[in-house]
Design a protein around this ligand. Structure first.
Ligand code: PHB
Length: 390
């Protein structure tokens, strides 16, 4: 059996198999604890599926090691150092939190280790702090939120109250929305950032939103915080009175059923929903369901596309850190989200954004696509991309 397939089955992680000399050593740097733990597990499942499905297309095998960031930047930096210096990985994939990405950026750039970002939206990593070693297969914070600012204003919403956790991810997501919403003529009538990973009771913030005179509330919350927020928004009695919008992580298919009826009718936007009507997506959804018994989320697709990008890069003959970094930023394929490519001036992915409503389906909550907005490419945001010489 190919090593790649063993890795996908979870048998080759952490040295279960001796690595062959030509194997590519991959470090998955993900949260397996903390508010984003479920996201990390879904990214890993997607990554393993890609290795299983496409691993046969390349001569190399993959040895996959995993490390838990705990969603804590200093912990994650220590784990990145371990993967790079001790384990001598050829490539790192993963990273969920923008705070963690900010913390490890200099380490991976300085060491010249390719990093495939499989979630964290930190705008700077493909902006002013871009690196030829960092390629993002997920999204940037601005990219998923800017289209919603325009779209919401066009729907007749003129005054908005915003909420998000107080860290780089939350601030940048709201920044992207605010930029386009106010440029269109909308007004932000109030804005709060809640202590990240510490807020249990959103009541005081919801009271502020209610009293603000807003037409609607726009938020970014993800993982455990999204579940608490959506439930409290409903139990506070706001749902009927003040429509709730946000970036689509709020009602991710990964945990929307834990939110239950409170999530019904919430309108959000993302770069992927499992209900995208295409052949490539149908194939992915079926394979993911077979592997895990559940629908894939945006996190699963990001892990899947990160794994696929790595395989595509090795198909060009790339094997070491430098050649892998160069090849990764040139990959393109038709994936579950549609045509997927990397913008060479920032190394950020280019992709359409889908506005969707969470609705009751035959077996739980599902995603009804309301609009597909044109492919979003980030402005260079101060990125000066230096080439890597092989
Ligand atoms: C981020 O910190 O960039 C982040 C975290 C969780 C998400 C999306 C973005 O679901």
């Amino acid at each position: 059996m190919k090593r790649a397939i063993l890795a996908a089955l979870g048998l080759a992680t952490s040295f279960a198999l001796p690595a062959a000399a030509e194997d590519i050593k991959v470090g998955l740097l993900l949260p397996y604890s903390g508010v984003y733990a479920a996201l990390g597990n879904d990214i890993e499942a997607g990554f393993n599926l890609a290795i299983e499905q496409f691993g046969g297309e390349t001569e190399v095998g993959f040895e996959v090691l995993t490390e838990d960031t705990e969603v804590k930047p200093p912990v994650a930096l220590g784990k990145a150092k371990k993967l790079i210096l001790q384990e001598k990985v050829d490539v790192i994939a993963g990273i969920v939190s923008s705070g963690v990405l900010g913390a490890v950026r200099d380490m991976v750039h300085g060491a010249g280790v390719p990093l495939i970002v499989a979630n964290a939206g930190n705008d700077n990593a493909t902006g002013a702090a871009c690196s030829p070693f960092i390629t993002r297969m997920s999204f940037s914070s601005g990219q998923v939120n800017r289209p919603m600012g325009r779209w919401l204003f066009d729907q007749g919403v003129k005054k908005v109250f915003t909420l998000a956790p107080d860290y780089a991810g939350g601030r940048q997501m709201i920044g992207g929305f605010t930029e386009t919403f106010t440029a269109a003529g909308g007004e932000i009538v109030g804005q709060e950032f809640t202590p990240f990973q510490k807020t249990q009771d959103f009541g005081p913030y919801l009271a502020q939103a209610k009293a603000s005179g807003a037409d609607a509330v726009y938020v970014f919350y993800a993982g455990g915080e999204a579940i608490s927020f959506v439930k409290q928004y409903d139990s506070f009695g706001l749902k009927g009175a003040l429509p709730l919008y946000g970036s689509g992580f709020l009602t991710s298919p990964l945990y929307v059923n834990a939110e239950g009826p409170a999530a019904e009718g919430v309108i959000t936007a993302l770069h992927y929903v499992p209900t995208i009507d295409s052949e490539a997506n149908a194939t992915f959804v079926e394979a993911f369901q077979e592997l895990t018994g559940r629908m894939p989320s945006e996190f699963a697709v990001q892990g899947y596309d990160a794994g696929r990008a790595l395989i595509e890069a090795t198909k060009t003959g790339a094997k070491d850190r430098k050649s892998l970094a160069n090849a990764l930023r040139q990959v393109s394929f038709d994936g579950p989200r549609g045509e997927t490519s990397i913008d060479p001036s920032t190394n950020n992915i280019v992709q359409p954004i889908y506005v969707y409503e969470t609705v009751a389906g035959e077996s739980g909550l599902t995603q009804k696509v309301l609009a597909q907005l044109p492919a979003e490419k980030d402005p260079v945001n101060g990125c000066e991309m230096a080439p890597v010489s092989n």
